[in-house]
Design a protein around this ligand. Structure first.
Ligand code: EPZ
Length: 427
């Protein structure tokens, strides 16, 4: 088990470089399966979700060669399997993207149901609706989701809920289908646009990504490409929130400021001074945060993946804030951990009422999921004393070298594993 140990009370100062976007990477890597020659993917984040997908690609028969820590060459030409087991994807949510990619390549896919962070029920009915509209028969048997068709054909699909995963999966399956597919009520997240740009760079014909109507004209084949992944909006937002929480002064580089607009707007409401440059933002905070209300929504709304981090900042705000979760049924599981640190938060369904306290106090806490883990780091940085965050392996799923990056900003943080603990007993 991985633990992060944080001694709080230091303002973060300096400069941090943001890595490639996790949620773009986990869609683009399975998308490589659709190419008929090798692809080079650049600006890949060094995170465990990327490692898991690369392992699954290898097991499917692809040749995966890291050129350096953030660049990989993948040759998918020898892939001859459409079967992705649970062990291959280690229960990741993004394993579902193998369904769309393998269906698009072989007209057949057999994939273990997706896992991922526990936010209550995480259905895939909209993914299935999309595959069926494209002409596939989808069954769920013996714990596996299977989709197959003779030949996929273009269609019109209206998504009943705005779903990132369904939009990605339908794009992957439809890109080589016969005819034109239209996805209405599509997700508009930056990683959807990134996936479309990647597929277009392979010869696909996708228009409208970034709006709620995406039009995909099927093409016969897709060729290899060299493609660089966009910077991670949520990693950037996390360091921005941490700067505000610690009354610091942090410049966050390698970002696309347009992707950060909703985060900038909310942090500015708390009193942060935020300067935007072409590829950087500087976040400076010199006062106690002011209360503010936040409602998460699909892009361009405030991202749900920043909800735990901003809620944590608001635990020390002057006044009472209301945070409403507009995407997931149950994304407040981390609140119990904040309460252990002295926060005053009342959760009622999808709403949390946060009454600001002067300070958080250190306590042993858990990273109950990826972004909740990021929030616990922020809480530890704000708190008096030493906070131990258990189950921090969740955080490595989505944040590259997180301990090193926070330490480079002056945080007192280090990583301990069970082995370190056993070693220290032996000393
Ligand atoms: C993606 O998950 C992200 N994961 C999540 O980020 C993010 O929280 C989420 O989008 C929302 O932005 C990846 O990109 C790998 P959805 P996804 O389908 O695709 C409902 C992180 O921390 N729904 O957009 O699984 C669903 O229950 C992770 O980086 C259906 O009803 O999310 C939810 O309420 C966590 N039926 C809403 O739609 C479906 O078939 C949005 O889910 C699909 C979804």
């Amino acid at each position: 088990m991985v633990k992060f140990v944080i001694s709080g009370g230091r303002p973060l100062k300096g400069c941090v470089k943001i890595s490639g976007a996790k949620n773009a990477a986990v869609a683009i890597l399975p998308g490589v399966l659709l190419a008929d020659s090798p692809c080079i993917i650049e600006n890949l984040p060094e995170i465990s979700d990327v490692v898991a997908i690369c392992t699954a690609l290898r097991e499917l028969g692809a040749t995966v060669r890291f050129i350096d820590s953030s660049t990989v060459e993948i040759d998918p030409t020898n892939v001859n399997s459409f079967y992705v087991s649970k062990e291959m994807t280690q229960g990741m949510r993004a394993s579902s993207y193998f369904l769309g990619a393998l269906l698009g390549r072989f007209n057949r896919a057999r994939v273990a149901p997706p896992g991922g962070c526990d936010f209550g029920v995480r259905p895939i009915d909209q993914h299935i609706k999309g595959f069926e509209a494209l002409g596939a028969k989808v069954t769920i048997e013996n714990g596996m989701v299977e989709a197959r068709s003779q030949k996929l054909g273009g269609c019109s699909i209206y998504l009943d809920v705005v779903s990132v995963g369904a939009t990605v999966n339908i794009m992957l399956a439809a890109v080589k289908a016969r005819g034109t597919t239209i996805i209405e009520n599509a997700a508009r997240e930056p990683h959807i646009v990134d996936l479309a740009n990647f597929l277009n760079s392979m010869g696909a014909n996708i228009m409208g990504a970034g709006t709620n109507v995406i039009k995909i004209r099927g093409v016969e084949s897709l060729h290899g490409t060299t493609y660089s992944i966009i910077p991670d909006q949520i990693e950037a937002g996390t360091y921005m929130a941490a700067a505000v929480a610690t009354q610091g002064d942090v410049t966050i580089t390698n970002v696309i400021p347009k992707h950060l607009e909703s985060i900038v707007a909310k942090l500015a409401e708390t009193g942060a001074e935020i300067e935007q440059f072409d590829e950087a933002v500087r976040v400076k905070m010199s006062v106690r945060p002011r209360k503010c209300n936040v409602k998460t929504m699909p892009h361009p709304g405030f991202p749900t993946d920043m909800q735990p981090q901003i809620a944590t900042v608001l635990t020390i705000a002057d006044g009472t804030s209301i945070v409403t979760e507009g995407v997931w049924d149950n994304r407040f599981r981390y609140v119990d951990q904040l309460t252990l640190m002295g926060a005053s938060v009342q959760v009622d369904g999808k709403m949390a009422v946060i009454t600001g306290v002067d300070k958080l106090k250190s306590a042993p806490v858990k990273a109950v999921d990826l972004r909740a883990g990021a929030a616990m780091i922020i809480a530890g940085l704000m708190a008096e004393g030493t906070t131990v965050v258990e189950d921090s392996g969740h955080i490595d799923r989505g944040y590259e070298r997180v301990v090193e990056k926070f330490a480079s900003l002056g945080a007192d943080i280090h990583r301990e594993t069970e082995n370190d603990f056993i070693d220290s007993l032996a000393e």
